[in-house]
Design a binder for this molecule. Structure first.
Ligand code: MLT
Length: 267
Protein backbone atom coordinates (compact mmCIF):
# COMPACT_ATOMS: atom_id res chain seq x y z
CA UNK A 1 0.00 0.00 0.00
CA UNK A 2 2.41 2.69 -1.24
CA UNK A 3 2.68 6.41 -0.52
CA UNK A 4 4.10 8.79 -3.11
CA UNK A 5 5.16 12.42 -2.97
CA UNK A 6 3.14 14.69 -5.23
CA UNK A 7 2.93 18.39 -5.90
CA UNK A 8 1.17 18.69 -2.54
CA UNK A 9 4.54 17.85 -0.91
CA UNK A 10 2.59 15.58 1.37
CA UNK A 11 2.29 11.79 1.38
CA UNK A 12 -0.40 10.74 -1.03
CA UNK A 13 -1.52 7.22 -0.24
CA UNK A 14 -3.02 4.71 -2.62
CA UNK A 15 -3.77 1.01 -2.79
CA UNK A 16 -2.44 -0.99 -5.70
CA UNK A 17 -3.87 -4.46 -6.22
CA UNK A 18 -4.60 -7.01 -8.91
CA UNK A 19 -2.98 -7.37 -12.33
CA UNK A 20 -3.77 -6.56 -15.95
CA UNK A 21 -4.63 -3.25 -17.60
CA UNK A 22 -5.12 -0.28 -15.27
CA UNK A 23 -8.35 0.85 -13.64
CA UNK A 24 -8.28 3.85 -11.28
CA UNK A 25 -11.08 4.08 -8.69
CA UNK A 26 -11.69 7.58 -7.27
CA UNK A 27 -13.85 7.96 -4.18
CA UNK A 28 -16.23 10.85 -3.46
CA UNK A 29 -16.99 13.20 -0.56
CA UNK A 30 -16.51 12.51 2.35
CA UNK A 31 -15.09 9.03 1.82
CA UNK A 32 -11.82 7.16 1.30
CA UNK A 33 -10.33 4.30 -0.72
CA UNK A 34 -12.11 1.62 1.33
CA UNK A 35 -15.37 2.72 -0.26
CA UNK A 36 -14.51 0.25 -3.03
CA UNK A 37 -13.89 -2.75 -0.76
CA UNK A 38 -16.97 -4.71 -1.90
CA UNK A 39 -15.83 -4.78 -5.51
CA UNK A 40 -12.05 -4.49 -5.47
CA UNK A 41 -11.34 -8.24 -5.21
CA UNK A 42 -13.57 -9.10 -8.17
CA UNK A 43 -12.16 -6.29 -10.32
CA UNK A 44 -8.57 -7.02 -9.25
CA UNK A 45 -8.84 -10.48 -10.85
CA UNK A 46 -8.90 -8.71 -14.24
CA UNK A 47 -7.24 -5.33 -13.79
CA UNK A 48 -4.47 -3.53 -11.94
CA UNK A 49 -6.40 -1.32 -9.56
CA UNK A 50 -5.05 2.02 -8.33
CA UNK A 51 -7.23 3.31 -5.51
CA UNK A 52 -6.08 6.57 -3.92
CA UNK A 53 -7.12 8.29 -0.73
CA UNK A 54 -7.76 11.88 -1.82
CA UNK A 55 -5.93 14.54 0.28
CA UNK A 56 -7.17 14.58 3.88
CA UNK A 57 -8.99 11.25 3.49
CA UNK A 58 -7.90 7.82 4.73
CA UNK A 59 -4.10 7.81 4.97
CA UNK A 60 -3.41 10.77 2.66
CA UNK A 61 -2.30 13.96 4.35
CA UNK A 62 -4.56 17.00 4.16
CA UNK A 63 -3.35 20.07 2.32
CA UNK A 64 -4.64 23.58 1.89
CA UNK A 65 -4.33 23.53 -1.88
CA UNK A 66 -7.12 21.21 -2.97
CA UNK A 67 -8.75 21.75 -6.34
CA UNK A 68 -9.93 19.38 -9.05
CA UNK A 69 -6.90 20.52 -11.05
CA UNK A 70 -4.28 19.83 -8.33
CA UNK A 71 -5.90 16.46 -7.59
CA UNK A 72 -5.92 15.64 -11.33
CA UNK A 73 -2.18 16.38 -11.40
CA UNK A 74 -1.76 14.07 -8.42
CA UNK A 75 -3.46 11.21 -10.28
CA UNK A 76 -1.32 11.90 -13.35
CA UNK A 77 1.79 11.72 -11.13
CA UNK A 78 0.52 8.47 -9.63
CA UNK A 79 0.17 6.98 -13.14
CA UNK A 80 3.66 8.24 -14.06
CA UNK A 81 5.06 6.76 -10.84
CA UNK A 82 3.46 3.39 -11.69
CA UNK A 83 4.69 3.56 -15.31
CA UNK A 84 1.11 3.45 -16.62
CA UNK A 85 0.58 5.37 -19.86
CA UNK A 86 -3.22 5.09 -20.00
CA UNK A 87 -5.94 3.95 -17.63
CA UNK A 88 -9.67 3.62 -17.37
CA UNK A 89 -10.68 6.22 -14.79
CA UNK A 90 -13.77 5.55 -12.67
CA UNK A 91 -15.00 8.25 -10.32
CA UNK A 92 -17.82 8.32 -7.82
CA UNK A 93 -19.61 11.66 -7.38
CA UNK A 94 -16.85 14.14 -6.40
CA UNK A 95 -14.46 11.50 -7.78
CA UNK A 96 -16.46 11.84 -11.03
CA UNK A 97 -15.75 15.59 -11.06
CA UNK A 98 -12.10 14.67 -10.66
CA UNK A 99 -12.32 12.07 -13.45
CA UNK A 100 -13.70 14.78 -15.76
CA UNK A 101 -10.81 17.09 -14.76
CA UNK A 102 -8.31 14.34 -15.65
CA UNK A 103 -10.07 13.78 -18.99
CA UNK A 104 -9.95 17.52 -19.65
CA UNK A 105 -6.37 18.24 -18.57
CA UNK A 106 -4.61 14.93 -19.35
CA UNK A 107 -6.70 13.27 -22.09
CA UNK A 108 -3.71 11.27 -23.32
CA UNK A 109 -3.83 9.25 -20.06
CA UNK A 110 -7.51 8.29 -20.40
CA UNK A 111 -8.58 5.01 -21.92
CA UNK A 112 -12.12 5.20 -20.57
CA UNK A 113 -14.26 7.23 -18.20
CA UNK A 114 -16.72 5.57 -15.84
CA UNK A 115 -18.93 8.18 -14.20
CA UNK A 116 -20.60 6.75 -11.10
CA UNK A 117 -23.45 8.89 -9.70
CA UNK A 118 -21.92 12.07 -11.08
CA UNK A 119 -22.19 14.73 -13.81
CA UNK A 120 -19.86 16.91 -15.91
CA UNK A 121 -21.58 20.25 -15.22
CA UNK A 122 -20.49 22.94 -12.75
CA UNK A 123 -22.54 23.80 -9.65
CA UNK A 124 -25.47 26.16 -10.15
CA UNK A 125 -25.87 29.13 -7.79
CA UNK A 126 -28.17 27.25 -5.42
CA UNK A 127 -25.72 24.37 -5.06
CA UNK A 128 -22.83 26.79 -4.45
CA UNK A 129 -24.82 28.60 -1.81
CA UNK A 130 -25.74 25.31 -0.07
CA UNK A 131 -22.07 24.28 -0.05
CA UNK A 132 -21.06 27.63 1.46
CA UNK A 133 -23.70 27.21 4.19
CA UNK A 134 -22.49 23.65 4.90
CA UNK A 135 -18.89 24.88 5.06
CA UNK A 136 -19.91 27.53 7.60
CA UNK A 137 -21.72 24.95 9.75
CA UNK A 138 -18.61 22.73 9.69
CA UNK A 139 -16.30 25.70 10.37
CA UNK A 140 -18.36 26.57 13.45
CA UNK A 141 -17.69 23.12 14.92
CA UNK A 142 -20.79 21.14 13.93
CA UNK A 143 -19.01 18.64 11.66
CA UNK A 144 -20.31 15.60 13.51
CA UNK A 145 -23.95 16.72 13.46
CA UNK A 146 -23.58 17.65 9.80
CA UNK A 147 -22.17 14.23 8.83
CA UNK A 148 -24.81 12.34 10.86
CA UNK A 149 -27.54 14.26 9.08
CA UNK A 150 -25.99 14.12 5.57
CA UNK A 151 -24.79 10.51 5.18
CA UNK A 152 -28.15 8.69 5.53
CA UNK A 153 -29.49 10.83 2.67
CA UNK A 154 -26.90 9.29 0.34
CA UNK A 155 -28.79 5.98 0.37
CA UNK A 156 -32.08 4.74 -1.03
CA UNK A 157 -34.43 5.08 2.02
CA UNK A 158 -35.39 1.39 1.86
CA UNK A 159 -31.73 0.32 1.83
CA UNK A 160 -30.88 2.68 4.72
CA UNK A 161 -33.75 1.22 6.73
CA UNK A 162 -32.69 -2.39 6.09
CA UNK A 163 -28.93 -1.80 6.47
CA UNK A 164 -28.33 0.62 9.38
CA UNK A 165 -24.88 -0.97 9.87
CA UNK A 166 -23.77 0.14 6.37
CA UNK A 167 -25.03 3.67 7.01
CA UNK A 168 -23.36 3.91 10.41
CA UNK A 169 -20.11 2.49 8.94
CA UNK A 170 -20.05 5.29 6.38
CA UNK A 171 -20.83 7.86 9.08
CA UNK A 172 -17.90 6.59 11.17
CA UNK A 173 -15.42 6.71 8.28
CA UNK A 174 -16.67 10.17 7.22
CA UNK A 175 -16.13 11.47 10.75
CA UNK A 176 -12.42 10.63 10.40
CA UNK A 177 -12.06 13.41 7.81
CA UNK A 178 -11.08 16.74 9.36
CA UNK A 179 -13.31 19.79 9.19
CA UNK A 180 -10.56 21.61 7.25
CA UNK A 181 -10.42 18.85 4.62
CA UNK A 182 -14.20 18.87 4.19
CA UNK A 183 -14.24 22.63 3.75
CA UNK A 184 -11.39 22.35 1.23
CA UNK A 185 -13.38 19.79 -0.81
CA UNK A 186 -16.46 22.02 -0.79
CA UNK A 187 -14.35 24.92 -2.07
CA UNK A 188 -12.89 22.67 -4.79
CA UNK A 189 -16.37 21.58 -5.86
CA UNK A 190 -17.69 25.15 -5.90
CA UNK A 191 -14.77 26.32 -8.04
CA UNK A 192 -14.76 23.46 -10.54
CA UNK A 193 -15.66 24.53 -14.08
CA UNK A 194 -18.19 22.93 -16.36
CA UNK A 195 -16.52 20.05 -18.23
CA UNK A 196 -19.27 18.90 -20.58
CA UNK A 197 -16.95 19.75 -23.48
CA UNK A 198 -14.84 16.64 -22.84
CA UNK A 199 -17.68 14.33 -23.90
CA UNK A 200 -18.20 15.02 -27.62
CA UNK A 201 -14.54 14.57 -28.69
CA UNK A 202 -13.86 11.65 -26.30
CA UNK A 203 -11.95 8.94 -28.16
CA UNK A 204 -13.26 6.34 -25.70
CA UNK A 205 -16.69 5.15 -24.55
CA UNK A 206 -18.16 6.76 -21.42
CA UNK A 207 -19.97 4.78 -18.75
CA UNK A 208 -22.78 6.25 -16.65
CA UNK A 209 -23.90 4.49 -13.47
CA UNK A 210 -27.10 6.03 -12.11
CA UNK A 211 -29.27 5.36 -9.05
CA UNK A 212 -33.00 5.84 -9.53
CA UNK A 213 -33.39 6.86 -5.88
CA UNK A 214 -30.32 9.13 -5.83
CA UNK A 215 -31.31 12.28 -3.94
CA UNK A 216 -27.93 13.97 -4.55
CA UNK A 217 -27.65 13.44 -8.33
CA UNK A 218 -31.20 12.99 -9.67
CA UNK A 219 -31.30 10.40 -12.43
CA UNK A 220 -33.19 12.63 -14.88
CA UNK A 221 -30.42 15.26 -14.64
CA UNK A 222 -27.66 12.71 -15.27
CA UNK A 223 -29.56 11.20 -18.19
CA UNK A 224 -29.40 14.58 -19.96
CA UNK A 225 -25.66 13.96 -20.48
CA UNK A 226 -25.74 10.31 -21.47
CA UNK A 227 -25.90 10.84 -25.23
CA UNK A 228 -23.08 13.41 -25.52
CA UNK A 229 -20.15 11.03 -25.99
CA UNK A 230 -20.03 8.89 -29.12
CA UNK A 231 -20.43 5.62 -27.23
CA UNK A 232 -22.27 5.56 -23.91
CA UNK A 233 -22.80 2.66 -21.52
CA UNK A 234 -25.79 3.62 -19.36
CA UNK A 235 -26.97 1.65 -16.31
CA UNK A 236 -29.92 2.89 -14.27
CA UNK A 237 -30.29 0.94 -11.02
CA UNK A 238 -33.66 0.75 -9.29
CA UNK A 239 -33.65 0.63 -5.47
CA UNK A 240 -30.31 2.41 -5.44
CA UNK A 241 -29.39 5.87 -4.20
CA UNK A 242 -26.01 7.60 -4.49
CA UNK A 243 -23.90 4.68 -3.24
CA UNK A 244 -24.10 1.72 -5.64
CA UNK A 245 -20.75 0.33 -4.40
CA UNK A 246 -22.47 -0.21 -1.04
CA UNK A 247 -26.12 -0.62 -2.09
CA UNK A 248 -25.86 -2.76 -5.25
CA UNK A 249 -22.17 -3.83 -5.38
CA UNK A 250 -22.71 -6.97 -7.49
CA UNK A 251 -24.38 -4.97 -10.27
CA UNK A 252 -21.73 -2.26 -10.15
CA UNK A 253 -18.92 -4.81 -10.27
CA UNK A 254 -20.48 -6.57 -13.24
CA UNK A 255 -21.07 -3.33 -15.15
CA UNK A 256 -17.59 -1.94 -14.42
CA UNK A 257 -16.05 -5.26 -15.47
CA UNK A 258 -18.03 -5.36 -18.71
CA UNK A 259 -17.26 -1.70 -19.53
CA UNK A 260 -13.56 -1.84 -18.67
CA UNK A 261 -13.10 -5.05 -20.68
CA UNK A 262 -14.78 -3.30 -23.62
CA UNK A 263 -12.38 -0.35 -23.29
CA UNK A 264 -9.41 -2.69 -23.39
CA UNK A 265 -11.04 -4.92 -26.03
CA UNK A 266 -10.85 -7.99 -23.79
CA UNK A 267 -13.38 -10.79 -24.13
C1 MLT B 1 -20.10 13.20 -3.27
O1 MLT B 1 -20.77 12.18 -2.98
O2 MLT B 1 -18.92 13.13 -3.64
C2 MLT B 1 -20.74 14.53 -3.12
O3 MLT B 1 -22.04 14.39 -2.63
C3 MLT B 1 -20.74 15.29 -4.40
C4 MLT B 1 -21.41 16.62 -4.33
O4 MLT B 1 -21.74 17.09 -3.24
O5 MLT B 1 -21.61 17.25 -5.40
Amino acid sequence: MPDIQTQFSAPFHYIRMGSGPALVLLHGFPENSTLWRNIWSGLGEHFTLLIPDLPGCGSSVATGDVSMETMAQCIKELLDHEGIAKAVIAGHSMGGYLAFAIADLYPEYVHGLSIIHSMPCADDDEKKSNRLKASEVIRKGAKEAFVRQMVPNLFDPGFANDHPDVVSGLIDSSLNISAAAMIAFYKAMIERPDREHVLAPAAYPVQWIIGKQDGIMPYDKILQHCYKANINFVSLYDHCGHMSMLETPAKLQEDLLHYTKYCYQLS
